[in-house]
Design a protein around this ligand. Sequence first.
Ligand code: GDG
Length: 459
Amino acid sequence: MGRLIAISNRTAADPGARAGGLAVAVWESLKSTGGVWFGWSGDLVGQPSRSVRVLKDDGVEFVLTDLSHEEHDQYYLQYANSVLWPVFHYRVDLAAFDSDAFQVYAAVNQRIANLVAERLQEGDSVWVHDYHFLLMGDSLRRAGWDGSIGFFLHIPFPPPEVFRALPEHQWIARAMCGFSVIGFQSQQDRSNFTRYLIEDCKGKDLGDGVFEAFNTTIKIEAYPIGIDAKSFEEAATTQKAAKASERIGRFLGGRNLVIGVDRMDYSKGLPERFEAVGRLFDDYPETHGSVSVTQIAPPSRSKVDEYRELRQTLDRLAGRINGDYGDLDWIPLRYLARSYEREELAGLFRIARVGLVTPLRDGMNLVCKEFVMAQDEADPGVLILSEFAGAAEQLKAAVLVNPHDTRKMAEAINHALTMPLDERKQRWEALRDVVTKQDIAWWRKKFLKDLESLQVDQG
Ligand code: GDG
């Protein structure tokens, strides 16, 4: 096999940035095969820079480019984060459509494609990641690359009826057909995309996951991303983890912990979750004084207005709940708008009785898988999972909820809090088996096997 070439907006060139979902997944893949990772350096400059920075770490080469202020604003903040992110999470109402921003988005895809194409060698496998680079297949073809190109979308792909709201939907779909393999997180995303291809692009299903559209064939599959299950399991029994459990244990004073950990983002369903917690205390008085809910929500993309509003909504909801129910020695719900180390999170998950993972829409969601791996097998906690997270297709033994139904969610939390040990163990064992078997290495191999088999076919 040739080299693996990854392209994503942010890379893991900065070791501190290796904590996020995408960064971990790609980093592990490149480390195990050796390869090159192209992306944004994280720096902003006056003019789009033609120069690149090359770094090496652990056998992985990073080729990084700066963004100009205009590119950062139009490609990254506007088109990727304020148009594609909301529309792909089914939130057309939040999209700030902007055709000028799309032009810059397309130009950045082409600029980076040119940079990559200059450095590609025959036999390389190119693996493009996420919604920042939907046009990259076509851009690389224009730059002269005719080898195989894989693409993995980390976020959901919306139904055609929603995708068509994008003024540029036809352009995007046609460009996506420049990829040789397109990977989605779930069967649901895959079928949304293939339905669009059939309905709008005269696409044909040739069987075996292969589709024909725009005079080319594309392999389209679901590859649910996993976590490094073993290492997260180990993280939960480190000293740092024990210290974090001990610290929160002092705060809990023997009460049951219900925990949530999510980037502060409207897709994660935090206001609905807080409403459900309010209903739990409204409808189940026996929980008063015996349960504490802690939500960790590190702020992200804080430059976008909706996130500021989200923060205010959470403040208001938490204020209402704590004002109504809190006592001298009990805080019913608190949220911490800051981040913790991975081991600390693992320690908190381990002593939690309930993990609340209730996004309104999520490509996969890795937190729920981490929660599972951190549990103590003798006394496992219960996972409450949104049916709208990609992970729900795999984690059927979780307590599945509709995150818009706050009354049912409150009922589910109460059910989880009172679940007998036998049932908790049974559910957890089933969850652990899936998370362990379909881990990050399984995901990487599954995707790369398909990408490489195409290369053989073409060669
Ligand atoms: C995108 C898709 C898909 C969170 N807070 C802290 C912290 N985290 C870590 C979690 C987890 C990761 O960040 C978040 O991953 P998610 O999957 O939950 O969500 P997104 O960031 O939205 O990721 C998603 C993913 O890509 C991968 O394909 O699953 O659907 O939206 O690992 O633990 N880590 C640390 N401190 C924190 O405070 N160290």
